[in-house]
Write a protein that binds this ligand. Sequence first.
Ligand SMILES: Cc1cc2nc3c(=O)[nH]c(=O)nc-3n(C[C@H](O)[C@H](O)[C@H](O)COP(=O)(O)O)c2cc1C
Length: 237
Amino acid sequence: MPENPNPPAAHNSGQAAGLRSVARRKFLIRSAGVLGAAVLTCAGLGFVATRRPRLNLPEPISCGGSTEMNGKILIAYATRCGSTAEVADAIGKVFCERGAAVDVLPLKEVRSLDGYAGFVLGSAIRFGAWLPEAAQFVEQNLARLKQAPTAFFTVHLNNTADDEASKTARLAYLEPIRKLVPPAAEAFFAGVGDFSKVNFLERLMAKMVKSPEGDFRDWQKIRGWAEEIQQTAFAPA
Ligand SMILES: Cc1cc2nc3c(=O)[nH]c(=O)nc-3n(C[C@H](O)[C@H](O)[C@H](O)COP(=O)(O)O)c2cc1C
């Protein structure tokens, strides 16, 4: 029987449907590929944008023995880029040079407040506030911090001038902390703006809050404050 050169319409439409389904499958595969690539790119960019360079903190300091009878002071800090750690280190060294017993540690490494005769706590400022772990530390240790002299230092870059507006703005950084524990002393130190130590997003945000670049720490002022509080708020009984 000769082959029908014109297959029935039903056969034609079956072929067309088959072609359509192949095209749909190809479209779906391509779309999935494009979507997957977009997700990977976003994840990669997100990772790069939030990746922070490695942080080298100063070696923890411990001087003057370890018994609670010698009035040991804990100097603890929260930092993102290390400048607050170096300020804490300088304060600790002044205390040690003057014969005080001191531990200097990142707040994250403080396991217990038992035995300390006083506390000097410091934090960097981000977006107008102490770092969350520093504020949390104060909240979680309220009773203990109120029992002993507690001083606070704040490291920041905006509002460092001597005018009233600047002064009011920097004093406001500590207000939520000051409300929790009335400090025996407090200080505000200009810090460091080093954009190579912050991630892409933070760099953008630092520029938004007009954070300047450079090392603005006044070591004489920092050491001067340490000497002053060592002789006053933390003077041995
Ligand atoms: C993302 C970002 C936000 C900041 N926000 C403020 C701010 O609101 N006020 C301020 O005075 N300084 C601000 N600073 C400056 C830091 O407080 C300053 O660089 C400080 O020295 C950082 O301390 P650290 O090196 O211990 O992390 C900001 C810095 C960054 C990178």
